[in-house]
Design a protein. Structure first.
Length: 398
């Protein structure tokens, strides 16, 4: 199947347009990383605590931020996630010290901050565990049963809250719907109230772990680029490897810059997407380079620019099919994959487009520019692959 047959688009004739496009997006990303949003590292790399909260009504982020600031939890990042109807909010608390923070401490501080002015002497039924309910019932002893029986009742109430009410009772009276006696509910009213939120999870990454992950992510990216440079050096020539690595670096820079411009956190899943992008972009570049090598053997009288243009046009249909189908897949992930896959799929959506573009608009023109520069030094333009183009010395006329 082919979309295009016998195309003759002058890609190299538009190299200055491509260069301008790349410069605009690269410079914008670099400026954002240096002066505006910096590199928005996620909690995986900078350390901190993530607190997952569900509200009874759509959360007001300004009020939440103000409450956290009053409690001393400054510079918190707030982000909606999951379906809008679920009223879920992710609170990203920065690391408060160089020591690893107790996740329960941060969770309790967030609950205290969001609770505001709670009724004196009462606890929030939406944010306590079964053991707290059990102890309160044992103290009141409304059913005159053994402590083990109150343990079962407490678990029954909390499990009903979490599974049937998504962690949220609108009132203490709803506890009776779990199947407990009216006297139990009356006893609960004396010690508990219900807030408009439920903290159902909290997780922490210490500063040392974040620093180690950041170092490993950088090394993984650099090692992948180095490995591909060495492969292309042996497979083709050094200039081919350099051109391909520059194109991949261009893709990575624009992708990270896009995350900075949109102030989207870079997490471990985003790094995985960038490494995937490195391999995908390199594969697309190698396809073009391989066709260039084949054409050099049969088009010895043509200039290198004409050979490269012909090679890009010959692989254009394959590029559109492969990249187009891949793009539709990652676009579906971005639109329907949910918050967990948002960063990963966004990196791939940007990367597929930029990676395909750079194979044509960055790697190929760089190869031609280098060969023309080398040709001017020796008086003629040498073939890019003299060892493989033919068994003797062959020069391609400039």
């Amino acid at each position: 199947m082919e979309f295009f047959r016998n195309t003759s688009i002058d890609f190299l004739g538009k190299k200055w347009i491509f260069l301008g496009f790349s410069l605009i997006f690269s410079v914008a990303g670099v400026l954002s990383m240096l002066f505006w949003h910096k590199i928005p590292l996620g909690v995986d790399f900078r350390g901190g605590t993530l607190v997952y909260v569900k509200f009874t009504e759509p959360p007001n982020e300004d009020q939440i931020r103000a409450a956290l600031n009053r409690a001393g939890l400054n510079n918190a990042r707030l982000q909606r996630y999951d379906a809008p109807a679920k009223n879920s909010e992710l609170i990203d608390l920065p690391q408060r010290s160089q020591a690893a923070t107790d996740v329960d401490s941060d969770r309790n501080l967030a609950i205290k901050a969001l609770s505001g002015a709670a009724p004196q002497g009462k606890q929030d039924l939406n944010n306590i565990g079964a053991s707290t309910v059990r102890d309160a019932l044992i103290k009141r002893d409304p059913a005159h049963v053994a402590p083990a029986e109150y343990e079962k009742i407490a678990r029954q109430i909390v499990e009903f809250r979490d599974k049937q009410r998504d962690g949220l009772f609108k009132s203490v009276d709803e506890a009776q719907q779990s199947g407990v006696q009216t006297g139990i509910v009356d006893a609960l009213k004396q010690d508990f109230y219900t807030s408009n939120f439920h903290v159902f999870n909290a997780e922490i990454v210490g500063p040392q772990v974040g620093q180690q992950l950041r170092k490993q992510a950088i090394l993984a990216t650099l090692y992948s680029l180095l490995g591909m440079l060495i492969y292309l050096w042996f497979r083709f020539e050094m200039i081919y490897g350099v051109a391909a690595v520059v194109a991949v670096f261009h893709d990575t820079l624009i992708t990270v810059g896009a995350f900075s411009l949109t102030n989207t956190d870079i997490t471990l899943t985003v790094i995985a997407a960038i490494l995937t992008l490195v391999g995908y972009s390199m594969n697309d570049t190698i396809v073009v380079f391989d066709r260039i090598r084949e054409n050099i053997k049969v088009m010895r009288r043509e200039s290198l620019a004409e050979i490269v243009n012909r090679s890009i046009n010959q692989t254009l249909s394959r590029t559109i099919l492969t990249s187009g189908l891949t793009f539709l897949t990652v676009l579906s992930l971005y639109l329907f994959g949910g918050e967990v896959l948002h960063g990963f799929s966004l990196a791939l959506v940007i990367g597929i487009v930029i990676g395909t573009y750079s194979s044509i608009a960055v790697a190929a023109p760089m190869l031609v520019a280098y060969q023309e520069w080398r040709g001017r030094r020796v008086g003629s333009t040498p073939a890019p692959l003299p060892a493989q183009a033919a068994k003797g010395k062959v020069r391609v006329k400039a």
